[in-house]
Design a protein around this ligand. Sequence first.
Ligand code: SER
Length: 337
Amino acid sequence: MKYTLITGANGEIGHSLVERLHQRGDNIIAVDLQPLDETVAAKCAITYSGDLGNITNEQLYTELEKLDITEIYHLAALLSTSAEKNPGLAQHVNVGGTIRLLELARTTGKRIHTAVKFLFPSTIAIYGFTSVEAKKSAGKVKEDEHTLAHTVYGINKYYCEQLGRYYDRHFMQLSAEKENGYVDFRGVRYPGLISAFTVPTGGTSDYAPEMLHAAAQGKAYSCFVREDARIPFMAMPDGVDAIVRLAEAPKEHLTRNIYNIAAFAPTAKEIADKVRELYPDCDIQFKPDIKRQGIVDTWCEDVDDSTARADWNWQASFDFERTFKEYLAPNIKQRYS
Ligand code: SER
């Protein structure tokens, strides 16, 4: 029996990804610290939560090593705001957990004589600008530019991208026996994701989903960034589509391990205006938190995703208009009705 492993399965991306891969017919192993929602668990062959759902717990690997896992979606991580509050824990989980999973992929791949696909959600937080002017003048950034991140989260993700590439292409290059090639490492750098069904915890792009979900519940919202703050965002269905399509792309078409993916890049005010169109009575105020704003100011305004388009035909289905009109509006109204 072949399995697809999803860590962080109870998180925002996990919810939608489990659904998508279940439809594809995968035998899913779901791992999460939190008990899995019933709707998620029902679509999985095996679930691990609590202590055994901790990606830094060696006992979990005693279980996973017995299984023929051919695809890994490693979603479990602390997001940027949580990581900045506890850098030690962030490194333990975001780097330590990723290394342990790369090792699981490598040893499993070697045992079953096939490369295990390792899908990694990286982030626009790997980019780093020292001023708003520099960020503005850079516009759409390419993958290998401006990669001096200011947050431990961004630095951890960037390091894990590099480690993944190493496991894929150069692992133990001095050994007599060939050791690389047992991990087929692929990743996307996600923009801020907006879901109609879930709200993120501990991120810095959270202001967009937070203002929308607050408005839908009739709650006032105080936005922690300036009206002119601009970073890329994406609707959750496109986020899930991107990682699954990248996983399914023929390896020989891929010219890199990590890809930018773009959809739309509005200012916080443009997002608030869209929310106000949906909920004319909503109360959204802008009260920037200088420090959290400071993190957003270091992230890029937008990304150049031309390599993903060329290599694996990536294209977002939902632009800014369509995201609100066809995805968020109907689903969020139903969610809170
Ligand atoms: N959305 C994430 C965060 O805000 C960035 O990848 O932390």
